[in-house]
Design a protein around this ligand. Structure first.
Ligand code: NAD
Ligand code: 89Y
Length: 346
């Protein structure tokens, strides 16, 4: 017999929510029964595109009407506090987009609220679920290069991200909070928690408000040193957007993830083996967003599997608190040109 489907609602029907809706609709055993956006025109567009009968412009009304098993919040950070509280009070499990809550203090309060109401809180942190990045994580965790001592996670592009996401040009904090947050999360997935962090930032594009280049150096409890560098001001004939490139050196070999999705393992004897780790594009995906869109499917499939199996997802609220703390530490380190010890979930 087929287990009953999980009933969800999605709040915030903007640019990125379409990926989440496509991914839910392709997953068996889950249904998005209603959507909500405070902009009626956008709400109508998304309901029509995805064939969703029920829609609301007010999240309170949506929850009262639907009583969903879970709420997928794709609205931006300023809406998180209100929406997470509403969903938690309605007894629904919660998935919320990054950057969560706006600060570690605000995140802590919402994590406590979810605990109080006995609902799970998962952060939609999808980069660690990108196919190529996941293969690097798995290879490292299997011990294929021994004990890692150096990492580099690099994301350098000149892609016009402001076209689909115009709010990014107006943000006072840009690349670390928007994109670097994913790379810092990948650094944690690979090497564990961070005890010291330094950072330098700059703005190259005169038409935006925040920083579009950041270079961070992390020291992990595991004694690994990681460089995390990101830029949206890098001109390249072949722009790798939105790929992250990864280098890891270990006691018994090295790993290199190159722009063409080739993952090479170099061994201690001077040998190497290379495999292709390109994502399989979902039917609904559109270049150049494919690796990110595929990771949305992977994250949501894992979330559903975790829910069925009664296990927490990797990027639950408490875990993501430590990623948010790295973002906060990076801005502090950049302001002081110093080294910061990031906060940590107790
Ligand atoms: P967007 O501006 O295109 O869409 C946001 C939508 O939320 C808008 O339609 C707006 O009307 C609606 N909204 C805002 N507050 C609301 C509320 N209280 N109730 C109901 N609706 C509300 O933004 P976007 O580009 O889709 O980004 C949304 C979030 O997704 C951001 O936090 C962004 O950082 C994140 N994002 C994540 C990834 C990723 O790879 N994980 C990629 C892009 C964007
Ligand atoms: O918003 C960003 C994200 O989370 O991934 C890529 C992006 O869309 C632009 O930097």
């Amino acid at each position: 017999t087929t287990p009953p489907g999980v009933r969800g609602v999605l709040i915030g029907c903007g640019f990125f929510a379409e990926n989440q809706l496509h991914a839910w609709q392709a997953l068996p055993g889950v249904e998005i029964v209603a959507v909500c956006d405070r902009d009626p025109a956008r709400l109508a567009q998304v309901r029509e595109r995805f064939g969703i009968d029920e829609g609301h412009t007010d999240a309170g009304r949506l929850l009262a009407s639907c009583r969903p098993d879970f709420v997928d919040i794709a609205a931006p950070t300023p809406a998180h506090a209100e929406l997470v509280e509403l969903a938690a009070c309605a007894g629904a499990d919660i998935i919320c987009q990054k950057p969560f809550a706006g600060s570690p203090a605000a995140a802590r309060a919402l994590i406590e609220t979810c605990r109080h109401h006995g609902v799970s809180l998962s952060i939609h942190e999808n980069f660690r679920w990108q196919h190529a990045i996941r293969r690097v994580i798995d290879t490292l965790r299997q011990g294929a290069i021994g004990r890692p001592f150096f990492g580099r996670i690099s994301y350098r592009s000149g892609f016009d991200v402001y076209r689909a996401q115009p709010y990014l040009a107006r943000a006072e904090r840009f690349i670390i909070e928007d994109l670097g947050i994913h790379l810092l999360d990948v650094a944690r997935a690979l090497f564990g928690e961070v005890d010291r962090l330094g950072c330098e930032i700059t703005r190259v594009n005169p038409d935006i408000r925040g920083e579009d280049v950041a270079t961070m150096m992390l020291h992990h409890d595991s004694e690994v040193t990681t460089l995390v560098d990101c830029s949206y001001a890098t001109r390249l004939a072949e722009d790798p957007f939105p790929q992250s490139l990864i280098e890891i050196d270990g006691s018994h070999g090295s790993l290199r993830l190159a722009p063409d999705y080739r993952l090479t393992r170099h061994d201690a004897a001077g040998g190497q083996d290379t495999r292709e780790v390109a994502p399989t594009p979902p039917a609904w995906s559109t270049a150049p967003w494919t690796p990110i869109q595929e990771s949305v499917s992977a994250f949501q499939a894992d979330w559903l599997d975790a829910r069925r199996g009664g296990r927490p997802v990797e990027t639950r609220g408490e875990d993501n608190y430590n990623t948010l703390a790295l973002v906060e530490a990076a801005y502090r380190a950049a302001a002081d040109h110093g080294t910061v010890t990031p906060e940590r979930w107790p």
